[in-house]
Each structure stands twice: as C-alpha cells, then as structure tokens.
Design a protein around this ligand. Sequence first.
Ligand SMILES: [Zn+2]
Length: 344
Amino acid sequence: MSMYEDFLKSAYVRRLPSGVENEPVNEKKKTKHKKPKEAFNQPPCDESPERMETLKNMLKESQIGRETLEFLKEKGSKLIFEKIDKVYGYFSPDKNIVALNPQFSDEDLAITFVHEVRHARQDSIMKNLDPEMKPDTMLKNGFMIEADACATECVLAHQMIEKGDFSIFEKHQKTPYAGMTTAFEKEFDKSKDWNKARDAAFMEWFNLRVKPGYAQQYVDFMGEIAKESIKQKEEDGCFIKDIDIKQMAKKLCINSKGECYIQNPKKLESPEKLNISEKQAAALVQGLRTFMSKLKRSPECMGMDNIYVKHADGTYTTVHEERKKINVNAALQSMTKGKGDNGR
Ligand SMILES: [Zn+2]
C-alpha cells in the first residue's frame, strides 16, 4: 500500500505547465530561473463552488466532458479544488477523489480533468499499477495508460473546436504535448475518423520528449517492488503476470461506444515504442539483480528480451543484451582487479 501511495505521489501528479518535471534536473533548473515575471501573471486563485460550476458547464459543452462527469458521478468520486505545489491536479483511487489546482486557468483544469478521470476509469477496469505484472507488461501498461489519458485530451480539444471554441486546443498547443493535438487534427482532417485520429495522437505520445521521464518512473518503481517484496517476503507473487497487448488495448483504449481505437496494438511492442534509455536499462538490471538471483528468475521469464534499449546512434538492443554486456564488463573488471592484486 505504501509503495503504491509513493508511486502515486511521483507518477500521478499532473505535469507542470511547462512539462518539465519529467526532464533532467538541469533542464528543470534552467526553466525555473527563466521567467520570474510569470509568477505575477498568475490568474487570481478562485476556489469557489461557482467556479467549479463554471468549469463543469464548460465541460458539458463536449461529449467527452459530459461522459467524464457522468463517470465520476457513477463512481461516487469527488471533484475538489486543492492547491498542490506546481501541479495541475491528481487522481487518488484510495481517497476516490480528483483534485484540481485552482491556481491554473479553466482550460488547464478542463484538460487535467479529462486526463485524471481517464486514469480513474482505467484503474476501475484494470489496476493501474500491479506488482504482479512482469517488467515488460508493466512498462507496456504504463506507457499505454499515459498515452491513452493524453489522447483523451485531444478528443476534448477537437470536440470543443467543433463547437467553435479553440481555447482548449490553443492551450494544449503551448504544452510539450502539442505534437499529440497536431497529430489528431492532421489525421482527422485526412480521414474524418475519430478512432484513427485518436490512434494517431496516442502513437505520437511515444515521440514526446517527456516520454523518457515516464519510463524512469516505472524503472524506479520496479526496483522498489523488487526491494520491498523481498523485505516483506512477498516476492513469489511479483513479476509473474503477462497480459496480451491486444487484450490490454481492447480493455483500456476504448472510445465512448466501447470500441478499441488502437489500429494496430502489436506496434506497441516494437523497439520504437517499447524502449528505455541505456541508463534506465542499467538501473533496471541493477534494481532487479538480487530479486532475480534469489528467485532464480531468468531474464527471459522477466520479459527482458521484450524491452528495447534506445541508443544515441538510433539503434536498438534489448535489456537482456545490455544485461549480458554489464555482466561481462563486471567479470572483466573483477578479473583485471584480481590480476593486479596478484601480480604485485
Ligand atoms: Zn497521467
């Protein structure tokens, strides 16, 4: 439970206005010092029930907004204002609340609302975080739920455009997620097909510069599971479950009619989509090492040859291959060290 709460704190916090929380620390610092003026241009903070009503009425303009409000009602979840440091909002399945930060604009909050409630919906279908999932499945699932929640924002933006209101779209275009609304509109223009447009937005998520930040959260989380499960002697039940990607997409990536909008779910297992960085691969190998040797789990049964590693030159290997390299290097290092000592 505490592990889950910890993860929620880090992963389900909403992105910052600049989207920088998922970027390297030095980037973060740069942005922080850039525009001190912006702090003074914040809209006055209104937490009144009237504002909540205005926000709900704005959402009711779109079909996705109405559906989202309806879902929240059915689930008995509460929608509240909460000033959360530098975060748009969050969803907490334990407390059954969706919190929105009143310090941001109505457009920001409308976007956040559909995003966070989409997570609530996903969680009601399939646990958003399940330590039973094998590492490759967990990563696939993690990417899927985030890309899906972000693609839902694009549906909201488009439905508002159809009502003649461009404010959500324009706001979205100023975020690091802009590529997704662009991909949605481009595809919709071409095919006039909602599912294809939503799929295009979804697939674009994997090209965003914030994506590695999400991968990092899952790498960290898997390391936590490995460590905690050994401590609590619950390791047998961890990292054992496979879920077929088509089934996963069919359950999670659905439109309001219940149809899966993903055109080709198998794509999500490709190197271009299911990848982490070299550093993350090393951290994953390190994080799972004790667990794997204690439980005698092979890299294959941990799904390590299904997770790809993206290299700077554009090539891909697998985590399994990286693991071998790391092991060989470690062996070589201890050999030369041994030799040096003996030669003296
Ligand atoms: Zn999210």
